[in-house]
Structure formats: structure tokens, C-alpha cells
Design a protein. Sequence first.
Length: 700
Amino acid sequence: MEEVSVLLPTPAYSRLTGPLSYSHPSALPPGSLVRVPLGARDSLGLVWPRAAPDAASPPPPERVLKPIAQVLDGIPPLSAHWLQLVDFAAHYYQRSVGEFALACLPPQLREVSAEQLARKIKKHNKIKDLGIAPPQTPPALTAEQATALARLATDPGPFVLHGNTGSGKTEVYLRRAALVLAQDPQAQVLMLVPEINLTPQLEERVRLRFADLGDAAIVSMHSGMTPAQRLNSWLSAHTGQARLVLGTRMAVLASMPHLRLIVVDEEHDPSYKQQEGARYSARDLAVYRGQLEKAQVILGSATPSLESWHHSRDAVPGEAAPRYQRLAMPSRVGSGALPLLRRVDMNNQPRKTLISAPLLAAMRERLARQEQVLVLLNRRGYAPVLHCASCGWKSECPHCSAYRVFHKADRTLRCHHCSLTQPVPRACPGCGNQDIGSFGHGTERLEEHLAELLVDMKRPDGTALRIARIDADSTRLKGELVRQLAEVHDGDVDVLVGTQMVAKGHDFRRVTLVAALNPDGALFSADFRAPERLFSLLMQAAGRAGRDAELSAGSPCEMWVQTFHPAHPLFETLKQHDFAAFAEQQLRERSQAGLPPFTFQALVRAEARSQEAAQDFLNAAREAGDTWLGELELAVTLYPAVPMSMQRVANVERAQMLIESGSRRALQHFLAAWQADLQHLRASHKAVLRWAIDVDPLAI
Ligand code: ADP
Ligand code: ZN
Ligand code: ZN
């Protein structure tokens, strides 16, 4: 009998963090999938490389090991590279390897027996290609695209492809992918996009371009798929049948034994960071994976993250070489010009103005020419607060430190944090006053307001203008977003109102005016990343305009910003479309303040029934950590615990503590050792409901 190490989905706090030993008549290669008894149940496990026996220590006592119940031998073992990837990621993001590794596998794999899997694979292998069509002919390259592709062919990367919206980045990805796939009949390509909603668009483009590979060679991977679809895509990628995998962040952990190219489109997008469980960054893992598997990595964006921008700076003699190489595509394909920035100084507008007179006039002019207008407001619902003028009552959520938002369509008050939904009270719950007022504007109210402002305008066929709203409320039903976007694409909509959801990646050809109504909040936010996010949102939103060169030939497209701070440097650089200047200015500030990418951060968050209990736990952990930090001479700073900015959600109090270091290595070393303190302290802090570490957090 052989002893086999098996990783199981055991969480870090269970103290069973390493692999467990089982017996089997023969040795099994690492990466094999097995089913083993675990407690009273039977669980999916992953055969893990056995640690070399330590010659210095005495041989372990003879133990009676439980046998492996089943080997899922219908599928090849996971590759050594894949095992190394999940091992790295679990350690880096402070998770147990077993829990992390098994969570990377499709959920259905955890439920099936070897027989069921064999049947599935048989069925899967039967999928034959239905008609192999000729591929679509690609357009002739622009000079900038040709230069970028030439660098991709000769340099190692990783690359930051800094290409303006509409500069033809996607075309570069497709060309590079075509070359990589043609050079090696087994090669696989992974293309990541930030949102599920962007996968169908990309998938269509990819399927047309690579029609000659056959349908089965292209698969998607995202959380909107059914468990059966996910298993199928995973098996395709794992067996090498899929040559191209398109997916959201989870796809970075797909098993792809012949991976040669990874593209991360819109690499700056915060949705690449997982916000629960193992809080990994798919972009950062893509770079690690590329290095590990010798796959080329392209991070593309019109507004790269400041981390990627900094890592791709020009080399300075005498300093360490930057980690990434930058490729620039500043021009738009064709003659579509970049939009002009117009600022409205809201200090000169009547109080409580939602849409200023000059903006309204500009919109009406566009609409009269049958062009489309896009209006952004970063707040859904009708009004963010209801209040009573006579007693001061406000629509606070009883369970959260937030106001419940008034939704007029169904006359509810809804908490956007805990989802508490109640009918709007007829009278003030505080004093019985019948006249409760609403405060502020959400997208629902904006839609209503615009309908009033534009009521006299008609479409050429004499019907009223169409105003549509796209936000998390309007798209709650499955398929709604796709349907609504199609309407906009088809020109059935004249004015589109929405949250930032509509600013990403969609191609609205007839939009010639984009307006951001109140972007000021981000200018003075406590979150040091807020300006970076605002700049990229406005730049992306502006990128929606002017895609149709014929339309913009008449009069240039415009991006309107209503602000109380028109002279703010962020708007100055935006006006020039000068991301580089904006990035340099931000990086200077971050460098002076000792913020990322010049330092490395982690957050530990704790949740408890009281704020005090949550903070006590964190501060005790801080003390414990501080005592041995000095001994180890690690330059790591632990800050005192503070309430989170959303302090209370669903009656749970939340606190956090920042950990910072100038050295990633020191921070990692500290966190790994400190886990034991946290687990130990948790036992004596019974009021703590949960705690978690977030490495490289995106929001502080
Ligand atoms: P990005 O990804 O940078 O926003 P895309 O690759 O989507 O840009 O290109 C923008 C538009 O220009 C698309 O409609 C695309 O089909 C078109 N396009 C891209 N490259 C070329 C080219 N070399 N010649 C003509 N049209 C192109
Ligand atoms: Zn009242
Ligand atoms: Zn709530």
C-alpha cells in the first residue's frame, strides 16, 4: 500500500491546513482527482506532491490510513504548473491551500462519482464541430497596431497595452492570438474581461474571427453559467479541446495545460479583484501565471491601473529594470475624434440644479439631429433619502449605517446594503406629518426629470423621444441588460440614463454626447484610489462617444461634466485626454504619501455584534503581532483598528485594521506567521462573528 497526500477543502481555521494522508494500492501522480472519506462524508480531493521525508527527524509511527475511495481517472491529472499556481495564490492571499484549490474546480466536479464523470466525458467528447466556416478576414492594421504587434512578436513582456478607447486594442489581441494558435497546434489562449456582460460581445467577435477552429474550440467561463455548462467549459479547457477561453476573473484559475497567451482586457477594472473568500486579483495572478507557464501576458487599457502604469515606466539607468513593457496606441482607428470636454461650473447655477441650462441646450441640439445622448448619475433609485421637515425624521435603515433609498416605481424604501424593502410610509413615522419630502436625485428621478425637460421634442416619425434607464434595478431580471443594450444599439433609444454600469466597454455608435452629472464626490474622497477610478470612469464614458466617424464629422463629440471644482487638475488632464499626465501627478502624490504602488498593504477586517468587540479583537491581534515584529526585524506597520466606512450592515458591526510595509516580502512573511495569532485570539474573542485578510485591498 502506498501513502498518498490529498488536499481537501478544509478552511484555515479548522487547523487541518495541509494535505491529509490516505492509502492506495499504487502511487498516484500529483494533480489526480480522487474521492476520499472525510469525517462522515465523502469528499472530492486533489492528490498533492508529497513532501520529501526529512532525514533528520525520526520516521513517523506506523499509522492505519483510510483508503482512497475512488480515483477520477477519466480525466488527466492537473498539471504541475496549475498546482503551483493555486499553491502560490493560496499562500499569497492567506487562505488554506485545500480550500482554495478545490474552490477553483467547477462545483459540479465536487458532486460527481467516477462513473458519472466517465459518462459525462463520453458525452462531452461526442461534441463534434458543426460545420467549420471560413474565418472572417481581419482589417488591414493601423501603423500603431502593427508596431504593437511587432513588439509582441519580439519582446517577452509582460506588456501594458495603453491604447485609447477605439484605438483597436481588441484587434491587436485577436491578431496576436491568431499567431500564437497558428504557431503551435496545441496552444491555448486565455482572454479575460471584467464583466459577464462583456463576454457575449467579445465571444461573437472571437467566433467570427476564429470560425475555422470550430465551435468547440472556443468556450466561455463566468459565474452566469449553469453548473453543467461550467463543467463542460472546464473539461474542454483541461483536455485541450478548447483553444480559446473567454472569461471573467475566475477563468484565470482554469486548467489550461498548453496556455501560451493571456490577455487581460480593461486591466484597471476593480472587478478583477474577488471581494469575498480568497480575495485574489485575477490581473496579478495572470502576470504570475504567465511567468510560471512561459505564456505571454498583455494587460490592456485606455486607463491602466497606476500599479501597472508604474511597473511599465521608462527604464532609468542605474535603477532596477521596470517589470512590464509599455506599448502605446494613442490614436483612434479611422477619423473618429476624441470628444471635447465641457465643464459646467455649478457654482454659477441655481441651487439644486440637476441638469444645467447649457447642458440641456447641448443635449437638445444633439437630439434634434437624431444623435444619442448618454447621461451618467452614480446613484440608483428615485431619491437617496426621504425626510420629514417638521421633526427631522430620515429614512435610515434600522439595520445599517445607511439611508434607505426611495424607489418610486414600486413605492418602496430599500436599503442597498441589507436589501430591507418596505412600502413608503403614508405619513412620517416620527410625528405623523403627511408631507414627507425626498432629498437628492437617483437615476429613476433623473429619467422622470428628463422626460419633462424634453417633452416637446419628437422623433422624425412624430412619436415621443425614447428615454431608457439602465442600472442594477432595471436589469435585475436575467437577460434584461442584454435586451436593453440591444435596443440602444439599434437606435431605439434617444437618451440613455444610467449608472457607471453603462460606461464600460459597450459600443454605442450614435452617442455623440456623454454627460456626468455630479462626479465631485470622488475628488475629495477618503479613499486614495477614488480619483483614479473617477478618471478612468470619465475617460471610458467619453470613449462611448464619437465612435461613428461620420456622425462626429459634423460637429465634434462632447463629454460634459457638471462640477463645483472646474479647475481641478483631474479635469484639466481629462480635457487633454492626457492619462500620462494624470498618472504622473497621482503617482507623485502616492509616492510622497507612502501609498501603493510604493508600499504594500493588507487589511484585516472583523465583524461582531458590537463595534467594540470587533475592534478589541483586532487591537489584541495588533499587540500580539507587534511583540514579535520587533524580534524578527520586519519593517511592517500595524495601524489601530477603526470602524469601516460602512460601519454597520444588517446589524453587524464592522471594523478594520491596516497593515503596511515597504517590502512585499516582509508583509507576506508577517501575514503568514500572524495567522496563528488571529486564530488563537478568535477563540477568546467569542463575540467576533468572522474575520478575513484582504491582501492588496482595492478600497481602504
Ligand atoms: P478598443 O478595443 O481599443 O476599444 P477595438 O479593437 O474595439 O478598439 O476597435 C474599435 C473599432 O475599430 C472596432 O469597430 C473595430 O472593428 C475597428 N478596428 C480596429 N482595428 C481596425 C483596423 N485596423 N482597421 C479598421 N477598423 C479597425
Ligand atoms: Zn416627522
Ligand atoms: Zn440595511
